[in-house]
Design a protein around this ligand. Sequence first.
Ligand SMILES: [Zn+2]
Length: 284
Amino acid sequence: MALIKFPVGLGKTNRHDDVKQVQRLLNLNKNRMFPVETLTEDGFCGPKTRAQIGRFQRSVMFLPLSQATGYVAPDDATYNGLCWGAREPWNVKVPQKAVDMNTSMIVQQKINQSEQPAHGKNLAKDDFFLSPNFTFFQMTATTHTEFLAQNRKEAMGFVDTGKVLCTTLLEPIFQKFPNIKVTSGFRCPALNKAVKGSPSSQHMKFQAVDFILPGRTYDDLCWFIKQNEKTKGNQHGIFTFGQFILEGPPGRQWLHFSLGEPYHAPFPPERHIMAIKNPPSLGK
Ligand SMILES: [Zn+2]
């Protein structure tokens, strides 16, 4: 990755080639800031470029407003973060033909839902990234192995939605809580029925994901999501979602997180967020 020589941003040097490089990097990181428009890589540091630098710092690096400087300097954390993101397989092509799932092959594959694919790690045959840290196989895995092949086959029809789910809801959580483990993503109707999912479950459209945070309570995560919800009063928020529910009995809980508009009609307030507990106390 080419280096920049001088800082880029409001009031900075903004050397033409440096700005162009930053614009290119921002574009390569576009899916991490979903949804944002593609920048014209013209070497001119205008309002859009400056805004996108700030957005990257807030929504990808999770810097507080006071530290989101809005500029990129050679070898600083923002530049390195941009380069790191640009290396990742963001634009993985979805196979044109529906993946022909060979049942015996799938059953032979070790389905380890707790295993997170590392960046750049070799994927299993026919697997692909939906977002940098979440793969198709991971998001379609099930312990009900009799439904696995069918589940993955039917999931192919909802891959675009699955990408939005992973990119906008899971990735920001992963940045902050890297031990997040997905337990259930897409569920074809037959699988959904087998696990006694709701008949109108968003899981059947790849619009919902269940996950756990092993070894810790959900207070921090609940508040992270609550405080970073994009609302009229919080335009810098990261999350636009349909439902956020803490489910399951104490000690065996998981979180259900789903897409909202335009994928699903708005949920009434009492069903939008369920079971937010006390805010984590500071300094404990
Ligand atoms: Zn769920």
